[in-house]
Design a protein. Structure first.
Length: 424
């Protein structure tokens, strides 16, 4: 037995509602079950009950055992003085408030339908489960319920991404331009070089970068130099030598500190994702859009965003992936798939936070954009598809990642619309 099941039973009234009595034999009528509280304090606020003809208004606390009241020190907490009913699975001790007045107790196990307990046991039965608890029953869940739940989950995931944006805002004293710059750096770095590029964003002030913004060669020298990619004395490539000289000049001019910047890695990366290519693409992005922040937060369609990110690495990289080593000629454009990644992980979270900052609601615009982006292909999304829950676009694939990471792997089935639907 888990306490979250007791919360579920109480919240959705899945108990016998007539002929209830407290553990002391008092007649009990449940007039209002109250509002579920997910924060500190009693579990349900503003309930109303009738005990032997006397109506009480107050809060309800739920535990597996009555003795948990003392295990959690509620008898010492003023927040629990207004508890009018203690709902437990097992009554093992009489409970008193801080003023020593007894609290009426309802022992739930006497009033729960057997079918509900069997459904609960089936949901959490780990036997033969390879992916998620409800994998065998996913196909039974109503499509309309799933669609609404996935939309809510997408915004949950967006809120998680927004937390990182808010952290950056705090560190930069609400410098939105610096935040965008740092977000883009981290996303351009992908998983392997995300930490390295993020450390670059922390070390390089955007105000310095902006002064060179229209000169891509100068911004490239800043990005390559700060990330320690211009420290190989054996490279005799003329472009490399010029970049190195430019960076040495700028380093002295702006008193740049690159000691804390992590050097990016090339190992395990496909050549198009090499840090040299990604940093050059970023330099050209800013070289193409002097007011990039305003354009990003104003974009209301996927087409606008694709247009913004139609950039390539500098001409030198048409036949190079690393300094001094020629390769087969190809223009290193940002691909639609990579742009989608930028939009999902950097641009939409930024738009979401900026809209909140301005007191605006851009949820509809965000849904319009994310729902037109192709779904991600990964193990989690693939496993859900195998068990009957397919993603049709990036909004739904992001939602499935949120579902899996924040609910399925945490066994929070009773906080999930799918899990509660199966129990109902």
């Amino acid at each position: 037995m888990r306490e979250d099941l007791l919360h579920f039973i109480w919240k959705y009234k899945k108990l016998q509602l007539t002929n209830l009595v407290t553990t002391l034999g008092e007649r009990l009528l449940l007039l209002d079950f109250g509002t579920h509280n997910h924060l500190a304090g009693p579990d349900f606020f503003n309930a109303k009950i009738d005990i032997d003809g006397q109506v009480w208004a107050g809060n309800v606390e739920i535990h597996l055992k009555s003795s948990d009241w003392y295990a959690h020190y509620h008898e010492e907490d003023d927040n629990y003085n207004n508890v009018i009913l203690h709902v437990v699975w097992e009554d093992d001790v009489e409970v008193f408030r801080k003023d020593n007045s007894a609290i009426p107790t309802l022992e739930l196990r006497k009033y729960i339908p057997l079918q509900l307990l069997q459904s609960y046991q089936k949901l959490f039965d780990k036997k033969d489960v390879r992916f998620v608890n409800c994998e065998k029953d996913l196909k039974e869940v109503d499509d309309f319920l799933v669609k609404n739940w996935l939309e809510r989950l997408y915004f949950e995931r967006l809120e998680v991404k927004a937390e990182f944006v808010l952290e950056l805002l705090e560190k930069t004293n609400n410098n939105w331009e610096q935040v965008l710059f740092t977000l883009l750096l981290k996303t351009f770095g992908l998983k392997i070089n995300g930490a390295s590029f993020l450390s670059l964003g922390a070390a390089l002030e955007f105000s310095v970068f902006r002064k060179q913004q229209e000169n891509v060669f100068q911004t490239e020298s800043l990005l390559f130099g700060m990330t320690h990619l211009l420290e190989d004395d054996e490279v005799l490539d003329e472009y490399y030598i010029q970049l190195k000289k430019e960076y040495e000049y700028q380093k002295k001019k702006y008193d740049l500190k690159d000691e804390g910047v992590l050097k990016p890695q090339f190992f395990k990366l496909r050549p198009p994702n090499f840090p040299t290519i990604r940093l050059s693409q970023l330099a050209n992005l800013y070289g193409s859009h002097f007011s990039l922040f305003q354009k990003v937060v104003s974009a209301t369609s996927l087409e606008e965003m694709y247009t913004l990110f139609e950039v390539s690495a500098s001409p030198y990289w048409n036949d190079h992936y690393t300094f001094g080593k020629e390769s087969k000629k190809s223009i290193k454009r940002l691909t639609p798939k990579f742009i989608d990644l930028l939009i999902v992980n950097a641009i939409l979270p930024l738009q979401f936070c900026y809209a909140k900052y301005q007191g605006k609601d851009v949820n509809e615009s965000i849904i319009n954009i994310i729902s037109n982006i192709k779904k991600e292909e990964n193990t989690v999304v693939g496993n859900f598809k195998t068990h009957g829950l397919s993603a049709g676009n990036a909004q739904e694939s992001q939602a499935l990642l949120q579902l899996y990471n924040s609910y399925c792997t945490q066994n929070k089935c009773l906080q999930c619309a799918v899990g509660t639907n199966l129990l109902r």
